[in-house]
Write a protein that binds this ligand. Structure first.
Ligand SMILES: Cc1cc2nc3c(=O)[nH]c(=O)nc-3n(C[C@H](O)[C@H](O)[C@H](O)COP(=O)(O)O)c2cc1C
Length: 216
């Protein structure tokens, strides 16, 4: 784009890019372009159906060997919020207390126990992955992190404003809230209806295709 670029030029370029998408503008805006990381929430509830609908959508997205290793701790109660908030970095604490629902997205190192259902095409998968021991946790983390991205978009598809956070004491959170399950926390995601004022920070720039991609 040159210094002579007009707003009409930019509109034309955006129209051309929009035409290359297989989703409509409203969906692209809801999931990406108009969606903002959210810090302040209105006093409106999030239903169980919304959270379940988000999961029912994103479970179809791909993971290694269809392993679906991400697990969710859905925190709704005041007691649960207080316990979770205690492990958050100070700047992340208030959002967790204010949001109607916060989801701790975690990785399950024992994900292979479901292979008979999820990957029946590989009869020996459960035994093979059992033999991996601690190395399995790395695999769990990789596919779970991919699923976290899907989940953020799934929650947005369910009409929710979300705030993902990695600023927390993962070891403390795991020992307090996940020890009985053996899950490893990855990202804490607040969810709700955005407050009418001050819900998010100003949008910052994004990198363009030329900066992030090399075509060979
Ligand atoms: C994996 C991940 C971790 C993040 N951790 C934090 C966090 O600990 N605290 C925080 O305030 N924001 C956190 N953020 C929010 C990002 O800063 C924010 O999503 C990004 O700047 C884009 O903002 P926008 O959606 O308003 O454009 C995190 C986002 C992601 C995806």
């Amino acid at each position: 784009m040159s210094i002579d670029t007009t707003t009409e030029d930019i509109d034309r370029e955006l129209d051309a890019l929009g035409a290359a998408l297989a989703i409509d503008d409203a969906t692209a805006d809801l999931l990406f372009r108009e969606a903002h990381t959210t810090y302040g929430y209105a006093d409106e509830p999030v239903t169980d159906e919304q959270v379940r609908a988000a999961w029912d959508l994103v479970r179809w997205a791909p993971t290694m060997m269809n392993s679906l290793p991400m697990r969710l701790l859905v925190v709704r109660s005041d007691e649960g919020k207080q316990r979770l908030a205690a492990h958050m970095a100070e700047g992340n604490r208030q959002s967790v207390l204010d949001a109607p629902v916060t989801i701790v997205a975690a990785a399950d190192p024992a994900f292979h126990r479901h292979f008979k259902t999820l990957a029946p095409f590989r009869e020996d998968a459960e035994e093979q992955f059992e033999a991996m021991g601690e190395a399995r946790e790395g695999l769990a983390r990789t596919s779970s992190l991919i699923q976290v991205g899907y989940l953020i978009l799934g929650l947005r598809a369910a009409g929710l404003a979300v705030g993902p956070k990695t600023g927390f004491d993962a070891a403390g959170l795991d020992a307090d809230l996940l020890a009985d399950k053996g899950w490893k926390s990855l990202v804490v995601i607040t969810a709700g209806v955005a407050a009418p004022e001050g819900a998010h920070k100003p949008r910052q720039a994004r990198l363009d295709f030329e900066t992030v991609a090399e075509v060979i």
